[in-house]
Design a protein around this ligand. Structure first.
Ligand SMILES: O=P(O)(O)OC[C@H]1O[C@H](O[C@H]2O[C@H](CO)[C@@H](O)[C@H](O)[C@H]2O)[C@H](O)[C@@H](O)[C@@H]1O
Length: 384
């Protein structure tokens, strides 16, 4: 579920889980959750805006609520004795009944994947690297890099990030992968005749000696994004802890290090600027406001594009797996769900509604999963 806001309205999108016939009866994989916050109906809630004071504008459009909900207050654990589970842990375990651990379900996953061509999609922040206060220092561990490198020997692997493509490539440092930056609006993927129908798709030789397909559906927005980024830097410069990040086709306004009492100021400032840009919209990430083009393109579309580029669209023998922790990853989880082809793995240490199929608690569990996948693929390759 993603709460998106443009300057006119708040839109609460909730996808409808489709039938599960392809994965369900044949795979032994669990059925999609049928209860809880992932509802079976689509809900588009439009909040009309009354003309009121500026602060009310921000409150009405739900920005502040969304900013607060992206950073929930941790409840004090209640437990009677050292041997008892905390309420938090009990809630997490109950949640895992709906979103089973991908590690505990590893045998089931590989049984299903045995005759399939696995394609791996990985989000970066909060998935490959732990969330840290300074976005410029969100380094991934070398162990994680080695695990990704190893799995990519056997499985086409793409990183799909909200960051700029250059930045995420710099962090990951593996040129053998495919990369989609700016929430999928800047894709470097395999050369393929299958993507010839897409405009804005050109051949590139950025990687020495190797030809790739560069797809940038939002290229016309670059001057606008650049302009708004400069304005955002200007209006946030006196808010202590605020940081504006250039993600090429999108801009992030971070408030992780801003005192909560100043969040209204941030929300109001961003809101005021966005009024002048009806072709841009805002979405909420983890203590970050993300401004991007109003374009029917997201991480889910990027996965479809890459699968198409690899020659796997509408292919029964492909198993796409997407691992991510953020609201923007839900777009990809939804696509995999709707196509009934593969599944999402939601990285979260707290119970949250998701369109993913499985869960992993944190980046250390992601590491274990990738290592296991690599080992399993290596062993299967030896058997051939
Ligand atoms: O799609 P992703 O790869 O998950 O990128 C989403 C945003 O991630 C980064 O911000 C988040 O991680 C930072 C470092 O741990 C953290 O400081 C911040 O609070 C998080 O929101 C990145 O800086 C953003 O630009 C991305 O859009």
């Amino acid at each position: 579920m993603e709460l998106e806001t443009n300057h006119n309205a708040s839109v609460l999108n909730n996808s409808s889980p489709k039938n599960n016939s392809r994965l369900g009866p044949h795979s032994g994989l669990p059925k999609y959750p049928t209860s809880g916050a992932v509802s079976s109906s689509s809900l588009h809630l439009t909040v009309p805006r009354k003309k009121t004071g500026l602060l009310d504008d921000v409150r009405l459009s739900g920005w502040l609520d969304a900013m607060k909900s992206s950073s929930p207050t941790q409840l004090e654990p209640s437990r009677d004795s050292a041997t008892e589970l905390t309420d938090k842990e009990i809630a997490y375990r109950n949640w895992m009944l709906k979103y089973p651990s991908a590690l505990a379900s590893f045998d089931k996953i590989t049984t299903y994947a045995k005759d399939k061509k696995v394609v791996l999609f990985l989000d970066y922040d909060g998935t490959l690297s732990p969330i840290v206060d300074n976005p410029d220092q969100a380094f991934m561990s070398n162990n994680m890099r080695m695990a990704v490198k190893n799995v990519a020997k056997y499985v086409p692997t793409a990183i799909i990030s909200g960051r700029s493509r250059d930045k995420v490539l710099e962090f990951v440092g593996l040129t053998e992968l495919y990369y989609a930056g700016s929430h999928g609006m800047d894709i470097m993927g395999p050369v393929s005749a299958n993507t010839d129908g897409h405009t804005n798709c050109v051949r590139s030789t950025e990687k020495q000696g190797k030809e790739d397909n560069l797809y940038q559906p939002a290229s016309e927005f670059l001057p606008m994004i650049d302009e708004i980024r400069k304005s955002l830097v200007e209006i946030t410069k006196d808010i202590e802890g605020a940081k504006v990040e250039d993600n090429r086709f999108c801009v992030s306004v971070h408030y992780r290090n801003v005192e909560e009492k100043s969040w209204t100021t941030i929300a109001q400032s961003v809101h005021d600027i966005m009024k002048n840009y009806p072709r841009l919209r805002l979405s909420h990430g983890r203590k970050v406001l993300e401004i991007r083009p109003v374009l029917d393109w997201d991480k889910g579309k990027a996965c479809e594009f890459l699968l198409e580029s690899l020659g796997y669209s509408n292919c029964d023998t492909v198993l796409p797996i997407y691992i991510g922790d953020d609201r923007t990853d839900e777009d990809a989880f939804k696509v995999l769900r709707a196509g009934n082809q593969g599944f999402g793995i939601f990285v979260s240490s707290a119970p949250k509604a998701s369109n993913a199929f499985y869960s992993l608690r944190d980046t250390s569990e992601v590491l274990e999963f990738l290592k296991s996948l690599g080992k399993w693929k290596e062993a299967s390759a030896l058997q051939l």
